[in-house]
Design a protein around this ligand. Structure first.
Ligand SMILES: Nc1ncnc2c1ncn2[C@@H]1O[C@H](COP(=O)(O)OP(=O)(O)OP(=O)(O)O)[C@@H](O)[C@H]1O
Length: 240
């Protein structure tokens, strides 16, 4: 039985303006429903394939601020989220999350600023701006990662060293085992290796499930690490 908070997304493309750029995103062509069966679902695919657009639409449809944060974050520095959130319906489970967080690498600075302004003596700021980008990103994730939480992460690896990606991997795995659900956009071959996760690939004209070994993140990394010198000679035109 599906135990997830968000079990599926249904799409109604009639609600999208025919001139919208959303109609040109190949991965979305003809899709009617996407199911989330596992505690951890990854979205992978080439730059511009539509991963962040879908994650953001799910976040906004669920009541998160489009720039990120908990549901209590209501600030807006620039309101550019797509109309996809009006064309999707979230199929929710019987459980309700105890805590939720929408984390996006690209607007993390604004969220960290907002966190300071929300602080009071009972809820002191974590002062994310006084840490390095990676330190603050991991600290934020660790502050909010709990059992029975719902987490939407957009490229959480962006600021993290490989070692800290492993730390995040362990935290995500621990929380997923304690009733939390994660939807994660990532290019990280480290995070993608979490056991038991479902992976949806946005390439080749349709959103489709794939294995870890089929992801480009894994394949390119493996090829580079195992054939670095040959590959570089070819890429840089220094074969002769
Ligand atoms: N406001 C907008 N107006 C027009 N096109 C847009 C707008 N926002 C996004 N797009 C386009 O929609 C497509 C999907 O963008 P999206 O950010 O979802 O890609 P992505 O898969 O998350 O890429 P990345 O891996 O680079 O983060 C891209 O081609 C992008 O240029």
């Amino acid at each position: 039985m599906n135990q997830q908070f968000i079990q599926a997304v249904q799409f109604d493309w009639n609600r999208i303006d025919p001139d919208s750029y959303l109609n040109h995103i190949e991965a979305f062509q003809g899709i009617e429903r996407l199911d989330f069966q596992s505690p951890i679902t990854f979205f992978v695919g080439e730059n511009g394939s539509g991963k962040s657009t879908l994650l953001e639409a799910i976040a906004v449809a669920h009541g998160f601020n489009s720039e990120g944060g908990t549901k209590n974050y209501t600030f807006s520095t620039h309101d550019t989220h797509s109309e996809l959130c009006d064309a999707i319906r979230l199929i929710k489970g019987y459980r309700k999350e105890k805590i939720g967080y929408f984390l996006r690498a690209e607007s993390f600075y604004n969220v960290a600023t907002q966190e300071e302004s929300y602080a009071d003596p009972l809820h002191p700021s974590a002062r994310y701006h006084e840490k390095s980008h990676g330190e603050s990103f991991l600290a934020l994730a660790q502050n909010y990662l709990r059992p029975n939480g719902l987490y939407l992460f957009d490229e959480p690896e962006a600021a993290l060293s490989p070692q800290r990606q492993l730390t995040l991997l362990m935290e995500i795995h621990r929380c997923a085992k304690s009733g939390s659900q994660f939807l994660i956009v990532t290019h990280s071959p480290i995070l993608l290796g979490i056991p038991g996760a479902d992976i949806y690939c946005f390439d080749d004209g349709a959103i489709h499930p794939c294995t870890y070994e089929e992801t480009e993140s894994f394949q390119v990394t493996e090829m580079f690490v195992n054939n670095r010198e040959v590959l570089l000679r070819r890429l840089l035109g220094e074969e002769n």
